[in-house]
Write a new protein. Structure first.
Length: 438
């Protein structure tokens, strides 16, 4: 049976030919036009990045290698007795586009288990940091500290062919991904659980082992599998994915690159948003009597939030124009496992009333919920009540997609990313002349 690495190479060779063909014969084909608004407005909607790992449609949401969330959960091999698939099988699928067999999936589980030992110096570094340091700072620092382990950096310094860059990149990314759950769990237990730790369980899958190291009962293992997969990627233009890709394009190794992506994920309008959502939901819960409010009281609270100049956290999305399917997947989990939980009842009621209020308010392009509107409630239900840690959980999942992407970036020889800038004077001249003449 070919290993995952061997199967990946079988995919790389023909894909290189496809990329070469596009550059040789179709380099000047125009696929979009860039406006002044896009230049100033964060390069929004400019089609200039390539990834086959995931795609995002405004109406149907995320697809992983062409499969919807529901198809992904249904078709990948499941952990025996559990509702959700192996994260390791999902990693195999993101890299190759092939649905792995159970045997192929378990080979990755075993491989990751052998790679998962975190160097002791990483824990030593974390323990020297002030305990009030934000856990995302700790997470990024731990990733960066392991840069000395980089096989890619060593092989590059020794000299190797460009066509071989993907191999040490693959090794680094697998090592990183195998270790991240243990690092995240260590940060949590060190900061919030009085330095009490649970050792890694040998040959447990990522979801099961993470729940074990966090000290969480079932079905938190399934919650971990589900959320890691849902958070893995959202096409390559979001901040954490793009930052990782951008830094890696300079041939920085995955430790440098992922640390940069994690730093971007820590922003309050990116990965940090899930804790902002839960804080607002709990504010509503307590201001409205510490119980599930009436629909009318909740509507008034939402209007008060909007009329004060604030937004409704977790509603709206830069791309999506319907309810985020990731939100729906999380909602389905809650309906099964915590249907009578008061905070979930509030979340569900917000979903029932907020869209019509946002439409009436008139300022939201998309009045529907995104992933962040639901995810924090699940963590809170299982006892992870420390808001600051939520983005670390997001980061473990996001690593899956972005690390898969940079392996393929090196496999296809993508160059350093270097967009062209213009000055405000130039923009004003373009505006006066009616645009740039072709």
């Amino acid at each position: 049976m070919p290993t995952l690495k061997e199967r990946l190479y079988e995919k790389i060779v023909p894909h290189r030919a496809r990329t070469a063909e596009l550059l040789k014969h179709h380099r000047d084909v125009v696929i979009d036009t860039v406006t002044i608004g896009q230049c100033i407005g964060g390069v929004r909607d400019v089609k200039c990045l390539v990834t086959d790992i995931s795609s995002l449609d405004p109406l149907e949401g995320i697809r992983f290698r062409g499969m919807t969330i529901g198809e992904t959960f249904a078709r990948l091999p499941h952990v025996p007795g559990c509702e959700y698939p192996y994260v390791e099988g999902f990693w195999y699928y993101l890299l190759t586009g092939d649905i792995p067999t159970m045997t192929e999936t378990l080979s990755v589980v075993e491989d990751f288990s052998m790679r998962s030992q975190v160097p002791q110096y990483v824990f030593d570094i974390l323990r020297t940091m002030p305990r009030d340091t934000h856990p995302m700072t700790m997470f990024s620092t731990a990733i960066l500290a392991m840069q000395r382990e980089s096989i890619f950096a060593r092989k590059y310094s020794e000299g190797m062919k460009k066509s071989d860059y993907w191999e040490p990149m693959y090794e680094d990314c697998c090592n990183l991904l195998a270790r991240l759950p243990a690092i995240a769990a260590y940060i949590y237990r060190m900061k919030y659980k009085s330095d009490t730790f649970f050792p890694s369980g040998r040959y447990l899958d990522i979801g099961g082992n993470f729940a074990h190291m966090m000290g969480m009962p079932r079905p938190y293992d399934d919650a971990a599998r589900m959320t890691f997969i849902l958070h893995s990627d959202h096409e390559s233009g979001n901040v954490s994915s793009h930052a990782t890709h951008l830094v890696a394009s300079a041939l920085s190794d995955p430790y440098y690159s992922l640390s940069a992506g994690i730093n971007g994920l820590a922003g309050p309008i990116h990965g940090l948003a899930n804790q902002e959502v839960l804080r607002w939901i709990q504010e509503a819960f307590h201001k409205l009597g510490g119980q599930v409010p009436s629909e009318e009281d909740l509507k008034n609270f939402i209007w008060d939030t909007l009329n004060s100049g604030q937004v409704i956290p977790g509603y709206g999305h830069a791309v999506l124009r319907r309810t985020d399917p990731r939100y729906t997947a999380l909602k389905d989990f809650c309906e099964k496992h915590l249907p009578d939980y008061d905070l979930f009842k509030v979340v569900k009621m917000i979903y029932e009333v907020a869209p019509s209020i946002l439409r009436a308010h008139g300022k939201a392009k998309n009045p529907w919920p995104n992933l962040d509107a639901q995810s924090g409630v699940i963590h809170w239900y299982f006892g992870i009540t420390e808001y600051d840690f939520y983005t670390v959980l997001f980061g473990v999942g996001r690593a899956i997609g972005v690390l898969a992407t940079i392996i393929w970036d090196r496999a296809l020889g993508y160059p350093i990313e270097r967009p062209k800038s213009v000055t405000t004077d130039m923009l004003e001249k373009f505006a006066a002349e009616g645009g740039l003449k072709k």
